[in-house]
Design a protein around this ligand. Structure first.
Ligand SMILES: [Zn+2]
Length: 203
């Protein structure tokens, strides 16, 4: 069974925003931060199935506690509950991450700062992934990202442009919104199952 982030990444690679890419990284920003890495037509699952746990890339070992037991993971800065927690700490009367996005969209500077800060964290996480797997495209999806749109994507793009480590050799990868929608996980699971069945039949 694939995790949801991996499945969504596979869907984007086969049918969505990363179609035709050599190596894509997809991040899903929702109640957590998940994602997956697809190399050509193959899901990168890792030695023990842990590859693509992109929300647990460490941004700061002294940072806030993460649900995984480590500290300073990307997820602790950028998932919906983290966005809500920071907004409430800043005094905003928000009850969901969507409330924070709505306030930012209507011009609330404090709400916007929280979204920008989450976007910067995602950008810093992506920069670390660039040095490891060199994606030619980075897809950003998940409920929070779809809701926030460019409010979140623009700070991601700026952070990646400012901190991309290999700029002497190549430009940063394109950062683009997901196209497969809320069913990306189910679409990806079906595509992965079909791929596995084809492989078995060719053995
Ligand atoms: Zn973690």
């Amino acid at each position: 069974m694939e995790n949801d982030g991996n499945a969504a990444a596979f869907a984007e690679s086969r049918f969505g925003a990363a179609y035709g890419s050599q190596l894509s990284v997809t991040l899903t920003v929702g109640t957590g931060v998940g994602g997956g890495i697809v190399v050509g037509n193959r899901m990168l699952t890792g030695g023990r199935g842990l590859a693509g746990e992109l929300g647990h890339v460490c941004l700061d070992p002294n940072g806030p506690a993460c649900a995984c037991g480590a500290s300073g993971c990307l997820e602790a800065y950028a998932c919906g509950p983290s966005i809500l927690r920071r907004a409430v700490a800043a005094g905003l009367p928000a009850r969901t991450a969507a409330d924070v996005v709505a306030a930012a969209r209507s011009g609330d500077a404090a709400a916007n700062a929280v979204i920008v800060s989450a976007g910067q964290a995602l950008g810093h996480g992506i920069v670390r992934m660039c040095a490891v797997v060199d994606p030619d495209i980075v897809v950003v999806g998940g409920g929070v990202a779809v809701d926030a749109g460019d409010l979140l994507l623009d700070p991601i793009r700026h952070a990646v442009a400012d901190h991309f480590p290999l700029r002497a050799i190549a430009p940063p990868p394109r950062i683009t919104p997901a196209l497969c929608g809320p069913d990306a996980g189910a679409i990806g699971v079906a595509a992965l199952a079909r791929g596995a069945a084809n492989e078995r039949s060719h053995r």
